[in-house]
Design a protein around this ligand. Structure first.
Ligand SMILES: *Cc1c(COP(=O)(O)O)cnc(C)c1O
Length: 431
């Protein structure tokens, strides 16, 4: 039989000699689905095209940024125009002011914002700001939530680490994680106990307001509200890590969607429209602690890079000016995930589909998935089989059970129909 992935396999064969594991981020490895990774050379709308010229419907969408579909023409034009003036200056630029103002207008609880170059950097900096602001050290995080690869957050940290079965990471001194407290997502009793014993030492609670790095896990009723009130009564900073949910659940992100005002928010992914961008922002009181206006040091040679800012500004402006896009994106997602649920139900199978807005996924398990423990009960071998089947049908999913499917505006009715047809075939192949 003809090998449809000959070029990807050849590139991977060469890559492993020069790049650890052959990839620049472990989530790109296909080892947990028993394949070597696809190499992509081109994308458009809902599709990606690999090094062998195969075209796939894509549900990774660069892990979120491509919320309007791949290679949006307005974003593309903005990048090309900006590049004509130079790639970077190392001085302040007007586009940084416009970008900051736009984010503050879009996100209700953000009064000031600092641009960085990745979600990891945003989280690292927000934690430092919270510690500097409160004069405390401890950070409470949740099992299965991923907050980038900064040392203190590499404890039970979701997808990339769940997939390879690494409980934490080598190379992280115990000193770096000794101030990280862990709770189970949605476990209000557990969280209240932690606050009873350590409430006056907790600088911040950091949470994915919708967890999307152990598969998609929704906040239960009252969960985020209780975090807000516990932070208030204990003088702790509430950080929403909205690297995935920001500009996705709504133009104002999860804070707006759930009607809760976190003190700090971290951004990444959508905010750069595909360029390497992150940001953190929040109340003026906390953000004024950041250097050079305050004592918390944080810097970046390429932060606010003009090309990246033009890309992000263009995408965010489209999202702000076209609220109807969110209705379209969510309609696409609802059709997909409700369709999957129905196919599973009609087949009499117990699998779970979790979704909210345009984030969702299927868990191959027969129990509700509400936190890390129930997520990790999923049958990852079944997921690998599912992944390979869908790929054979021209549909590319994340190569891990513990990632979201990202639905975009470009995933229109006919794309969703093709996806559901393939899903139905897969489910029937199981009987
Ligand atoms: C992706 C992600 C990060 C890390 O962002 P990078 O840009 O990969 O460093 C942090 N938090 C959440 C919730 C994420 O999904």
């Amino acid at each position: 039989m003809e090998n449809r992935h000959a070029n990807s396999e050849r590139l991977f064969g060469e890559a492993v000699s020069y790049i650890p594991g052959g990839v620049n981020s472990p989530v790109r490895a296909f080892s947990s689905v028993g394949m070597s990774p696809l190499f992509i050379k081109k994308s458009e709308g809902p599709h990606i095209i690999d090094a062998d010229g195969n075209r796939y419907i894509d549900y990774v969408c660069s892990w979120g940024p491509m919320i309007l579909g791949h290679n949006n023409s307005e974003v593309y034009d903005a990048v090309v125009e900006a590049a004509k003036n130079g790639l970077s200056f190392g001085y302040a630029t007007e586009i940084e002011v416009k970008m900051a103002k736009l984010i503050c207008e879009m996100v209700p609880s953000v009064q000031m914002v600092r641009m960085v170059n990745s979600g990891t950097e945003a989280v690292m900096s927000a934690i430092r700001a919270a510690r500097g602001f409160t004069g405390r050290n401890k950070i409470l995080k949740f099992e299965g939530c991923y907050h980038g690869h900064t040392d203190s957050m590499l404890v039970k940290a979701g997808s990339g680490l769940m997939t390879s079965g690494i409980p934490t990471s080598a190379g992280v001194p115990q000193g770096c994680t000794q101030d990280t407290l862990l709770a189970a997502y949605n476990d209000l009793e557990g969280i209240e106990k932690i606050f009873q014993t350590s409430g006056d030492e907790i600088a911040a609670v950091i949470v994915e307001p919708v967890a999307a790095n152990m598969g998609v896990v929704l906040p239960g009723k009252g969960f985020l509200e209780r975090l807000r009130s516990l932070c208030d009564s204990n003088g702790a900073v509430l950080i929403f890590d909205e690297v995935i949910t920001g500009f996705r659940l709504s133009a104002g992100g999860a804070g707006e969607y759930f009607g809760i005002r976190p003190d700090l928010i971290t951004f990444g992914k959508i905010i750069g429209a595909g360029m390497p961008v992150g940001a953190y922002g929040g109340s003026r009181e906390i953000m004024e602690c950041i250097s050079p206006s305050g004592p918390v040091y944080q810097a970046g040679t390429l932060s606010g890079n003009p090309i990246a800012m033009n890309a992000g500004y263009t995408l965010l402006s489209i999202l702000k000016n076209h609220p109807e896009y969110y209705a379209g994106i969510n309609h696409n997602a609802e059709t997909l995930f409700e369709g999957m649920k129905q196919i599973i139900r009609e087949a009499g199978l117990p699998y779970r589909v979790n979704y909210i807005g345009s984030l969702g996924n299927v868990f191959f398990t027969d129990t509700d998935v509400t936190e890390y423990g129930s997520a990790s009960k999923s049958d990852t071998k079944m997921y690998a089989q599912f992944f390979r089947f869908m790929l054979s049908q021209g549909i590319c999913l994340a190569p891990s059970q513990f990632e979201a499917m990202f639905v975009s505006y470009a995933h229109d009715d006919s794309i969703i129909r093709d996806t559901l047809n393939a899903f139905e075939k897969f489910i029937h192949s199981l009987k």
